[in-house]
Design a binder for this molecule. Structure first.
Ligand SMILES: *Cc1c(COP(=O)(O)O)cnc(C)c1O
Length: 354
């Protein structure tokens, strides 16, 4: 059977009917890749899997939520959607609005959007509203303006977003034949960790797994309200996708950690970039900086002995590395050898670098 997106795949588990017309780009069904070389480096005491959400149609997990949010917006007669975004939500909203034939308005923080994400929002024809402020300012404005203009909000405060995103947990259980012992996620607004927990609980009560995982949320140290325990007014991190000081799903996520016996913690920007590079160089997997905080956290917790041996761990990589080419290139300044176009110089370049 041809795969036609997660709404058709999981129709019975989602708030849709046979009459619903799915707005889909074939999102979901992403690879679950077992780490090999990094697992060896860590002593092979655990099974570590990467859920590579960067392979969704617009390059991030946001597509899982956006297919539901836009489908339901269109179903209710909406002609326009709006979101505040650190980048990936705007890219996804722009693409799904194009597919649906409706208008997308995206509110982004000036100068803090990774280049690939901005390119996506622009090329799909979204109306881009750049503010002299951060994501949290944008979110506040979007909530207010939606009361005064005919637009549907497609941020993760839209409950259909989390419904779509919970399907990642279904896919993991189907592939592993059970839930993992630990699931690590990057946390910004905390919608995705909440959505995963919903998915794990639903499949557990359907009898598709015999336990639920401990949920572990990792943040960037300069933008870590859940770790600090209170809101952060001026969040700063190179991981722009999680540069959020006032998370929208605060209560939901606190409940997830409590119910699942998990925890929140943080990694520094330097640690985040080191893990991003480790993944690209040792496993051939390229994710954006924010995504690597999940694996960075898992590696740290394995090293401190917090994770029992033989545990099964899933780390979500939320977005593709091509989203943020500037950060990638700036980490590899000596990667290019400049020579004259002669056979001698090419040969030397090879022999000197074997
Ligand atoms: C949106 C996003 C996050 C944060 O997800 P939340 O649901 O806001 O916690 C993390 N990484 C990437 C790449 C994202 O686009």
């Amino acid at each position: 059977m041809r795969y036609t997106g997660l709404i058709e795949r999981y129709q019975s588990k989602l708030p849709v009917t046979d009459a619903t017309r799915p707005i889909s780009l074939g999102e979901g069904n992403t690879p679950l890749i077992q780490l090999q070389n990094i697992a060896t480096m860590l002593g092979k005491k655990h099974k570590i899997y990467i859920k590579y959400e960067g392979l969704n149609p617009t390059g991030s997990f946001k597509d899982r939520g956006m297919t539901m949010a836009v489908t339901k917006a269109v179903e209710s007669g909406s002609k326009a959607i709006i979101c505040a975004s650190t980048g990936n939500t705007s890219a996804s909203a722009a693409a799904y609005a194009a597919r649906a034939g409706i208008k997308a308005f995206v509110v982004i923080p000036e100068g803090k959007i990774a280049l690939g994400k901005l390119a996506q929002a622009m090329i799909h024809g979204a109306v881009i509203i750049q503010i002299k402020g951060n994501f949290d300012d944008g979110m506040r404005l979007v909530k207010e303006v939606a009361e005064h203009a005919p637009v549907s909000i497609v941020n993760s405060i839209n409950p259909f977003r989390l419904q779509g995103q919970k399907t990642a947990a279904f896919e993991i259980i189907e592939e592993l034949g059970n839930a993992p012992d630990y699931h690590y996620l990057p946390v910004g607004n905390a919608g995705n960790i909440s959505a995963h927990w919903m998915g794990y609980k639903e499949y557990h009560s359907d009898g598709k797994s015999n336990h639920t995982p401990k949920m572990v949320g990792y943040q960037a140290a300069g933008s870590a309200p859940f770790v600090i325990g209170s809101m952060v007014d001026n969040p700063e991190t190179i991981a722009t996708a999680i540069r959020i000081g006032h998370p929208q799903s605060w209560d939901l996520a606190q409940k997830v950690i409590k119910e699942s016996n998990g925890w929140f913690d943080a990694r520094t920007d330097a640690q985040i970039l080191t893990t991003q590079k480790l993944l690209t160089e040792k496993e051939g997997i390229f994710c954006e900086p924010a995504s690597s905080v999940s694996l960075s956290g898992a590696i740290a917790d394995i090293k401190t002995g917090k994770i029992p041996q033989k545990s099964t761990i899933v780390c979500t990589l939320t977005g593709h590395g091509l989203k943020d080419p500037d950060t990638a290139i700036s980490q590899c300044t000596d990667a290019i050898i400049n020579i004259n176009p002669t056979i001698d110089e090419v040969r030397d370049a090879i022999l000197n670098n074997m």
